[in-house]
Write a protein that binds this ligand. Structure first.
Ligand SMILES: C[S@@+](CC[C@H](N)C(=O)[O-])C[C@H]1O[C@@H](n2cnc3c(N)ncnc32)[C@H](O)[C@@H]1O
Length: 203
């Protein structure tokens, strides 16, 4: 039993390092080769309007690494408090901040400090305001019942503790709050060589 716990802890550590490395690479050099869609091509594929993308800083669009478009169902209203789980380079956070307006608030959470600073800088350059908190999504630095809506794009699949993440989302949501996430789900049990490959898990 102790061996299994130790093995999981060590796999989690390796996975965390790989996630930090891979998303840092997308942020630093979005033109590099990745084996998944990213950047403007991915955003347009997922229904982000080209004319809207034109109004967002190039860095946020080029380093976009989502798997869908949580805004299609989010219906963010002026004045709402939005939590963007795993805010990355900030494309989703910028769009959320525009919808929430000056009376609203966007809190990003990302475990990568460089991503957090990048998202805040991209938001400021877009004339929007967001605050990014460096933290793991499994332990959100957000008060109970303080959020109107959670958005997230391709992030929860990266966690080893998905149930814990969902519990955290329900803790921070106010009664009647909403969740609009796009993510990856497999209908089949993945083979062990995929599960144990940090590169595949991280992407
Ligand atoms: C797929 S990107 C998010 C895309 C983003 N919404 C956008 O607009 O480009 C994934 C982000 O989740 C972050 N992340 C991955 N695992 C995390 C964890 N356990 N806790 C917090 N952030 C995490 C990564 O650092 C990365 O910035």
């Amino acid at each position: 039993m102790v061996d299994a716990v130790d093995a999981q802890a060590s796999l989690e550590g390796v996975l965390k390092d790989e996630i930090l490395r891979m998303y840092q690479e997308i942020a630093d050099d979005p033109t590099a080769e990745f084996h998944f869609f990213h950047g403007r091509e991915a955003a347009e594929l997922f229904g982000y309007a080209p004319d809207v993308l034109d109004t967002v800083p190039e860095g946020a669009v080029a380093s976009f690494a989502g798997v869908g478009n949580p805004h299609l169902r989010a219906d963010i209203q002026p004045g709402e408090t939005v939590l963007d789980l795993g805010s990355g380079a900030g494309l989703d956070a910028v769009l959320a901040a525009r919808r929430a307006g000056s009376g609203g608030r966007v809190i990003g959470v990302d475990m990568n400090p460089a991503m957090c600073r990048k998202a805040e800088a991209n938001a400021a350059a877009a004339g929007a305001s967001m605050e990014c908190r460096e933290a793991p999504m499994e332990k959100l630095p957000v008060d109970d019942g303080s959020v109107d809506i959670v958005i997230s794009n391709g992030v929860i699949n990266l966690s080893f503790q998905k149930r814990r993440v969902i519990e955290e989302l329900y803790r921070v949501l106010r009664p009647g709050g909403r969740i609009s996430i796009t993510d990856i789900v497999s209908g089949k049990q993945l083979s062990q060589n995929i599960v144990n490959d940090p590169k595949l898990w991280a992407s």
